[in-house]
Design a protein around this ligand. Sequence first.
Ligand code: BJW
Ligand code: ZN
Length: 252
Amino acid sequence: MEEPDPLRSVLKILKDCKHVTFLTGAGISKESGIPTFRDKDGYWSKYDPMKLASPQGFLENPALVWEWYRHRLKIISSARPNQAHEAIKEMEKYFNITVITQNIDNLHIEAGSTCVLELHGNIFRSRCTQCDSKFDTSLLKEKIPRCPKCGGIIRPDVVWFGEMLNEDLLKRCYEVLTITDAIFVIGTSNQVYPAAGFPLLVKQHGGKIIEINLNNTPLSPIADVFLQGKATLWMKAILEKLKEWKNSMSLS
Ligand code: BJW
Ligand code: ZN
């Protein structure tokens, strides 16, 4: 029978957990003021993803792609981690935590999480398309920046559609996912692979799925618990319950 109180269900799962993984997407940073992609006010409602987030788009119009990333860099640079990022950091007191994020906004690292795997890169880093030298994006001022070492075009160090994700990083993800007791899937539409396949892998290895989202996603029907609503509110509530439970344990 399904638990009537979803918070109790989450606590019940967490009581048996050692390794807890967080898979996060754009929705977790929405309350920090950073737009998402597929919501009705998200980037893909206004812009063609293939023009802004694909290698072909960059080849055709690097200046446009750079304009978009500079615009986003400005928003992201003034954003701060919110209560959901902070609660995840705080949960390191109780579990072995890995954060796998699709976000490029650095907010989990800013919140202090110690193990963050950035699947789609980081907007603060850029790289030369020819010699792979790395650069600090905020220091690149040209419309289409060029590499001082080889003259190649520099691009944001992020992963676009049709591009492979970093192999070592993926290997680390799969290692963690196979020993994960519970995965929180927060603020992602679960449409972009390979990330969208990660929760299923956890389930196949006997782990539980807890999803937090404003709306249903393709993952929701197989999630063990679905918490509908804002990431900050649910994460705050979960952390409070966890603290109560841990305190009562230390008293008894
Ligand atoms: C809240 C909230 C609040 C809001 N609280 N919740 C056919 C089938 C299967 C796969 C493929 C296929 N054709 C091509 C592919 C592969 C492709 C893919 O998956 N495409 C699908 C769209 C079909 N994947 C790739 O190409 C990846 N590479 C790869 O697979 O390599 C191998 C390969 C190569 C070639 C062919 C086939 C395989 C690379 C994917 C790279 C994604 N890149 C982007 C942009 C770059 C980074 C950046 O600039 O930021 O990454 S796209 C964009 O989507 C960005 C995000 O990281 C990613 C995921 O988005 P996310 O985070 O889920 O955001 P949203 O907006 O979608 O959802 C927000 C959610 O939050 C919503 O659900 C809201 O309800 C919720 N929400 N506020 C809680 N306050
Ligand atoms: Zn170079």
